[in-house]
Design a protein. Structure first.
Length: 259
């Protein structure tokens, strides 16, 4: 009888421990996509795959309903250090940041998955230089990475993926290390590709990436007048108003006063 009692107590304790240990969150994957733009800034979309145990689903749903949780609050609540911006620039602020914790997709056993999405813009991710008329070279700034810090430098997490998307018709000049995707038809020939991906803990300490964009004559004219308007906009508008006023006064004198 005593032996049965001990076994019963042991079984209850085991069930309680298993139940407690089953209550947890775990970020299983990070996908970071950097969309490079012609103005040296980047649009960054980061998606984290979150595993939610059966006993934690309700808790996660309560977090989603809370309106005052910051990104730091979410990181602490889920027990993860992945909820940070992984593309940053100390000399440029992040803008248009949004965070969207997605709904729970339940599994047969009651646990579930959710996707957490961070969406933001970062300035000065690339530097732009003129190398010929209407031809510009863009060089990626590897100082913007904020992934895993190792003894040899920056590196991707083992369970993460980095994607870089360049503008259409851009020509890749150099790329290191070689991306895991795509696999070129010949070594170093990435003509026609606009998306490149690295994963499986890829070292980023010696990362380099540059490409060339050749503007059309129309783009050059639009860019020129756009820059001119941006720099001298106030003066141009004031001059136009002055010209219109002078024309009105001239017409008034010619038509009204001359009569």
């Amino acid at each position: 009888m005593k032996k049965i009692t001990y076994l019963l107590v042991f079984f209850i304790a085991f069930v309680l421990i298993a139940k407690v240990s089953n209550a947890y969150f775990n970020v299983t994957y990070l996908n970071t996509t950097v969309i490079l733009e012609n103005n040296t800034s980047a649009h960054v979309i980061e998606v984290l795959t979150l595993f939610i145990s059966n006993s934690s689903v309700q808790q996660y749903m309560q977090y989603r309903q809370a309106i005052n949780l910051t990104l730091s609050n979410w990181g602490n609540a889920l027990g993860t250090s992945y909820l940070i911006e992984h593309i940053i620039n100390p000399n440029s602020s992040i803008s248009k940041f949004t965070f969207l914790p997605g709904p729970v997709m339940r599994n047969i056993n009651g646990s579930g998955l959710a996707y957490l999405t961070m969406d933001y813009y970062v300035g000065n991710v690339t530097t732009k230089s003129i190398i010929a008329p209407r031809k510009f070279e863009y060089t990626f700034n590897d100082k913007v990475f904020n992934f895993m810090h190792t003894a040899s430098g920056e590196a991707l997490y083992p369970n993460s993926r980095l994607n870089i998307i360049i503008p259409k018709d851009a020509q890749v000049v150099s790329i290191y290390p070689a991306p895991d995707y795509p696999v070129p038809s010949s070594p170093g020939n990435y003509t026609g590709y606009t998306e490149f991906s690295w994963f499986y803990g890829e070292p980023l300490s010696k990362f380099s990436f540059s490409y060339i964009i050749t503007e059309s004559l129309q783009q050059e004219v639009v860019s020129y007048f756009g820059a001119l308007l941006s720099k001298y906009g106030t003066i141009i508008y004031a001059s136009l108003i002055a010209i219109i006023v002078i024309i009105i006064i001239y017409l008034y004198i010619k038509i009204v006063l001359v009569r």
